[in-house]
Write a protein that binds this ligand. Structure first.
Ligand code: UGA
Length: 457
């Protein structure tokens, strides 16, 4: 290894793109002892990061960046990374285009910005179509940048638990075509002691897309089972428990609900479907996965109509707006479809989310975003749990019932205790679970040693 790129015993690295993946990767490596040069074209963002401001919400990230301020350097100039590091992790956005393919313009901007060098390698963290490594190698060759090397090292971080995923990965995948860069990347991850998959570049790229597509398939599968459970009287939570104990199946990602969202699954499933189509293969299963997910987001509307009839003029409260708990990310969130559909049906929609309120105001201008769950449920004919934030599991349902006008509680994530809801005099309906009618309200026990007259006066 060239000693110019080593500080102490750990290698200095570059990370291009200070979005979610880039920042978590940079902070994670800083914790492992690496100096990291973080590059972003957004000067304002770089200025904020230099001041210690973190533009995204991710548990523990702000503290970790703060702790390693001396190891984390932020710049808008890629030359800074090239001067200090030989491995440049690419963590730029690859959003879907109108055709459903991945937009690789940000990746190509990085490729264009690199001079020829036999001392540097690009390490691709961004999720890219299979074949991207090969096409970048062709670009390098066409432009005479024959010294540059390429490694695929896909990320498997989940928003909301990205740092624990970074430090305890199920596996590290390194795809390369020989030479020093693959070994250097493997070495960087060695302290994590995770199973290492060394493979070729195309296979590494496919591991990422296939993993996300499989997880999305698992979710759509359990959601369809839930829908059949509703027709047949079975309870999907019991079914998932029974299925999940089979080690070939596993319990995770069998949580039925109102569909998956976020910046990854919808995009990556679509990208894999397009990739297959572009190469002449019709990926039938993924079409179903996507369609089931879209329909799942809308099933709550049917449940509300069953209970409230015409939704025009009805007050509906949404609990949670982010695509999942512990994030303020609303990309492809089920709440977007749900709120828009309810508004189109003439319902008055109020909502509360502990973190995503600002995002929601930008994305859903007609939505009344409240400061607390109880405020959102004031006068509601129905309440829908959209995102399973822990605070919703702890709600005092009697206090909720006292504020609501109606009684319908739809648990879109099967996160609530049906008995607690029913005991408060409300009707409970989950996804793939038997509805629970209001229980007879037990009388409020008298407080020992008091009487009404004593309390009065
Ligand atoms: C996902 C993958 O889990 C990560 O491994 C991957 O690195 C990441 O995409 C990515 O490609 O960058 P993420 O989108 O952060 O991570 O969130 P997940 O926890 O996987 O949840 C995705 C969606 O599926 C959420 O809307 C969640 O509510 C939903 N979900 C998840 C279910 O409906 N049921 C489940 O059982 C699990």
């Amino acid at each position: 290894m060239s000693s110019a790129f080593i500080t102490g015993t750990r290698e200095t690295i570059g990370v291009i793109g200070t979005g979610y993946v880039g920042l978590v990767t940079a902070a994670g490596f800083a914790e492992l002892g690496n100096e990291v040069w973080c590059i972003d074209i957004d000067a304002e963002k770089v200025a904020r990061l230099r001041r210690g401001e973190i533009p995204i919400y991710e548990p523990g990230l702000k503290e970790l960046v703060e702790r390693h301020r001396d190891r984390l350097h932020f710049s808008t100039d890629i030359a800074d990374a090239l001067a200090h590091a030989r491995l440049l992790f690419v963590a730029v956005g690859t959003p879907p285009t109108y055709s459903g393919d991945a937009d690789l313009s940000a990746v190509h901007a990085v490729v264009d910005a690199l001079p020829d060098s036999d001392r540097h390698a690009l390490v691709m963290k961004s999720t890219v179509p299979v074949g991207t490594g090969a096409s970048i190698a062709r670009v390098f060759a066409e432009r005479g940048k024959t010294g540059l090397r390429y490694v695929s090292c896909p990320e498997f971080l989940r928003e909301g638990s990205a740092l624990s995923d970074f430090f305890a990965p199920d596996r590290v995948v390194v795809g390369d075509d020989g030479g020093w860069p693959g070994d250097a990347v493997a070495e960087l991850y060695a302290p994590l002691r995770a199973p290492l998959v060394r493979t070729d570049i195309a296979s590494a790229e496919m591991v990422k897309l296939a993993s996300n597509a499989f997880l999305a398939t698992k979710i759509s599968f359990i959601n369809e089972i839930a829908n059949v459970c509703e027709q047949t009287g079975a309870d999907v939570e019991e079914v998932a428990r029974g299925m999940g104990l089979d080690s070939r199946i596993g319990r995770s990602f069998l949580q039925a609900g109102i569909g998956y969202g976020g910046s990854c699954f919808p995009k990556d499933v679509s990208a894999l479907k397009q990739l297959a189509g572009n190469s002449g293969y019709h990926f039938q299963l993924l079409n179903a996965v996507i369609e089931v997910n879209e329909l799942q987001k809308r099933r709550v509307i049917g449940k509300l109509r069953e209970r409230l009839g015409d939704l025009a003029g009805r007050n509906v409260a949404l609990l949670g707006l982010a695509f999942k708990p512990d994030t303020d990310d609303m990309r492809e969130a089920s709440s977007l479809v749900l709120a828009a559909r309810l508004q189109a049906d003439g319902a008055n929609v109020r909502a509360y989310d502990p973190i995503a309120a600002d995002q929601a105001r930008k994305l859903l201008p007609g939505l009344e975003v409240c400061g607390s769950a109880l405020e959102a449920m004031e006068g509601a004919d129905a309440v829908v749990l959209v995102t399973e934030w822990p605070e919703f599991r702890r709600l005092d349902w009697r206090a909720v019932a006292a504020r609501m006008r109606g009684t319908a509680v739809i648990d879109g994530r099967n996160a609530l205790d049906p008995a607690a809801v029913a005991t408060a005099g409300l009707t409970y309906a989950g996804i793939g679970r038997r509805p629970v009618a209001p229980a007879a309200m037990p009388p409020v026990p008298p407080v020992p040693g008091t009487s009404l007259s004593a309390l009065a006066g």
